[in-house]
Design a protein. Structure first.
Length: 96
């Protein structure tokens, strides 16, 4: 499985939330609303989630292995860094 596209939509003045990301695998499968978050130890990604009736947030889609999570985070944060000079709220398409 290869990442074939990463789209970054930076968010202005949203606190710790820095961007929403859409990632495409093998030009066949897409995951929307991955978040880039600023944390105490640097930026990290948060997978798309929904709120349950109890108020808890559960991931809708997520990697099973640490290796895939690390690869996704690395690719997404690189695309986010490359989009730093672009205007906010625009979608920056980065083919990989």
């Amino acid at each position: 499985m290869e990442i074939t596209e990463i789209r970054v939509r930076k968010v202005k003045d949203a606190g710790k939330l820095k961007a929403y990301v859409t990632i495409t695998f093998d030009s066949s499968f897409v995951v929307h609303n991955i978040k880039v978050i600023s944390g105490h130890n640097g930026d990290f990604i948060a997978m798309p989630s929904r709120q349950t009736k109890t108020g808890e947030y559960k991931d809708v889609a997520h990697p099973i292995t640490t290796e895939l999570r690390d690869a996704l985070q690395s690719s997404i944060l690189e695309a986010y860094a490359n989009a730093q000079d672009e205007p906010f709220e625009d979608e920056d398409r980065i083919d990989v």
